[in-house]
Design a protein around this ligand. Structure first.
Ligand code: 13P
Ligand code: SF4
Length: 307
């Protein structure tokens, strides 16, 4: 452990602070976190945390979710410029327009969205809780925003309901095509292909396993297969190589890199923790509605599932 990492541990203890990190974060940063998880696990941990000071190592929507679920705690985001390209694709008026066109539908919103967008929706979901929530939601028709790929995956697994999609996507996952999958399959015919549901529907259909970041990691750690190909952010590949000795782990593509997730460094975490800066605050006009949609996610999504 470096001196800076040790200093972070000291500061955390002195301030009774909790650091929550996403699996896409720098591995040195994950080493000093109190909790590392996918976005659903991070939200649940933030809601249940005893600490009064939470530092979220991830992107803006994750820090906003932590603040909304723990409104009385001080929540810091070490890099304020760590956004999410997909979250920036949709605005509140898009949801209002979809609602007007489909007044009989409930609106389900991927957490990769702003608080203002969440406030327009009935329930949030993450990639690990989306199937459970879509099934549990008391509505026959669902408007799913903003990720059309996760939406298509949910629709394929919940055929008893009707879905309407917004045209949003994550460029890091969406730019991978079936052609890439076919090339990798030809080179590694015995490998198990695991992809995140933010990938295109034809890529998802061609995979052996689909799941959230945690679900992909657990499938590899618990799997009997020797070789795995991972279709999500490449930090997960690095993480698995370190944690699954004897298994051979490949990236579906080395281009699956989220620059926003890569922004936060150990130095950034240290600075925010030491100075207690970059606090997340949300206008009351957005907070109440977004809180309701996130709480509905925690209630309806209590039992995450995959296909
Ligand atoms: P998870 O729900 O798997 O953590 O995914 C979050 C995300 O932003 C993936 O791109
Ligand atoms: Fe957003 Fe995609 Fe980055 Fe996830 S990987 S934070 S969805 S841009």
């Amino acid at each position: 452990m470096t001196d800076l990492q040790k200093e972070i541990l000291r500061l955390k203890e002195a301030k009774n602070a909790m650091v929550l990190a996403h699996f896409y974060q720098d591995l040195e940063l994950q080493q000093v976190a109190d909790f590392v998880g996918d976005s659903f696990e991070m939200a649940k941990r933030a809601a249940a945390a005893d600490a009064q000071l939470l530092i979220i190592c991830g992107v803006k929507f994750m820090a906003e979710s932590a603040k909304l679920l723990s409104p009385n705690k001080k929540v810091l985001l070490p890099r304020q410029d760590a956004g999410c390209i997909m979250a920036d694709m949709i605005e509140p008026h898009h949801v209002r327009e979809l609602r007007a066109a489909h007044p009989d539908a409930a609106v389900m919103c991927y957490v990769n969205s702003s608080a203002a967008v969440k406030a327009e929706c009935d329930v949030c979901c993450t990639s690990s809780s989306a199937l459970t929530i879509a099934r549990a939601l008391d509505a026959q028709k669902i408007i799913f925003v903003p990720d059309k790929n996760l939406g298509a995956y949910v629709a394929s697994q919940v055929p008893e309901k009707e879905f309407v999609f917004f045209d949003g996507y994550c460029p890091i996952h969406h730019h991978i095509t079936l052609e890439t999958v076919e090339k990798v399959r030809a080179k590694l015919p015995d490998a198990l292909l695991l992809v995140h549901p933010e990938c295109r529907p034809d890529v998802v259909s061609a995979a052996d396993f689909v799941g959230s970041t945690s679900q992909l990691i657990n499938r590899v750690l618990q799997g009997d297969e020797l070789t795995y190909v991972i279709g999500t952010e490449t930090t997960v590949v690095e993480l698995l190589r370190n944690n699954a000795p004897g298994k051979i782990i490949y990236a579906l593509s080395p281009t699956m890199v989220c620059t926003n997730m890569r922004k936060t460094s150990v130095e950034d975490l240290h600075y925010a923790l030491d100075k207690e800066v970059y606090e997340v605050s949300l206008p009351d006009s957005e907070a109440a509605g977004a809180q309701r949609a996130l709480q509905a996610m925690l209630t309806l999504g209590a039992a995450p599932s995959t296909r």
